[in-house]
Ligand binder design. Structure first.
Ligand code: BDR
Ligand code: CA
Length: 305
């Protein structure tokens, strides 16, 4: 049996966040989930998280996080993820409630004692709040794996990726904090795409979970990204980049995020030439292997393997 490293997942489900949650449950030791507003409102991302965990049969604690970015006005991506955040499916409210502790507080407590790993698949608002509340958290988090940023072409503007654009100030706080961080940007996640083949495989399983994710993927792939109808699986890349790093390659880098308004908002610039390179950029993914792992997470939810 492979090692199952511990993690806290900070997310904004979101269809690809849903796939990422299942990857974390299936291949890692998921200790807690924190939610953030991003793809949809904080009410919806929190409700979706509780529902997805219940589908898996998990009682992992959920901490509700920021309902808006640090400084800019909130925006959502319900055109991509649907009004509920999970396609056109109405998501039921579960009986389980989020914990009383906020996401930022949970991140601070989780990192007590050091050595904590966080995977973030949404805007970095909660992590920035944690840093602003207690800057020593930067050393206590061993590594942050973040799906966000665009080294070349964005998906909201020419230059900016959604998670960076949604809360550019939070991205800048985290990137400038000195926290050890690996970024899984759009150049990376566009290498890992799922479409009709995967929808059919998910349906063929004949399970409720397979059907739910097939419907979500069917909805998701309506966004025609760079002219193809297979959708990048952004968020699972960050989870699997931590849990299955052998399927990825990384390059030391220095990443900054622009907080200026207009065309530059949320633009991440990646440099490779400085002397001290504080970050890593994930550069390549073995797409076939990564897709098989994502399918396994949805279709084979036996957590004991
Ligand atoms: C990122 O933005 C969101 O829409 C996705 O969930 C992913 O985290 C991709 O730009
Ligand atoms: Ca996301």
């Amino acid at each position: 049996m492979l090692d199952r490293p511990h993690l806290l997942l900070d997310c904004d489900p979101g269809i690809d966040d849903g796939f990422a949650i299942f990857c974390a449950l299936r291949f890692g030791n998921l200790d807690a989930v924190t939610t953030v507003s991003g793809n949809v409102s904080i009410e919806n991302t929190t409700r979706n998280t509780l529902w997805l965990l219940e589908l898996f049969g998990s009682e992992v604690p959920v901490h509700r996080g920021a309902d808006r970015p640090l400084r800019v006005a909130p925006v959502v991506a319900d055109d991509i993820h649907g009004a509920s955040g999970f396609g056109d499916r109405p998501v039921p409210v579960t009986t389980r409630q989020p914990e009383a502790t906020s996401a930022a507080q949970a991140i601070l407590e989780y990192s007590n004692g050091g050595g904590a790993t966080i995977v973030a698949t949404g805007p970095l608002t909660n992590i920035a709040h944690a840093i602003e509340a207690d800057p020593t958290v930067v050393e206590r988090i061993e590594h942050l794996y973040w799906m966000g940023g665009a080294a070349s072409t964005g998906n909201v503007t020419t230059h900016a990726e959604f998670n960076a654009w949604c809360d550019p100030d939070a991205a800048a706080v985290v990137l400038e904090s000195g926290m050890a961080l690996t970024m899984f940007d759009l150049d990376l996640t566009r290498q890992v795409r799922m479409g009709q083949r995967e929808i059919e495989l998910l349906r063929a399983a004949g399970t409720e979970i397979g059907e739910i994710f097939a419907d979500a993927l069917d909805f998701y792939k309506r966004e025609i990204d760079l002219g193809v109808i297979e959708h990048p699986m952004h968020d699972p890349c960050a989870v699997l980049g931590f849990l299955r790093p052998d399927h990825f390659t990384f390059r030391a880098s220095n990443i900054v995020c622009s907080t200026t308004d207009g065309d530059e908002r949320g633009r991440t610039v990646v440099g490779f030439d400085d002397e001290n390179l504080p970050h890593y950029l994930a550069v390549t993914a073995n797409d076939k292997e990564v897709i098989e792992l994502i399918l396994m997470a949805i279709l084979d939810t036996d957590n004991n393997q």
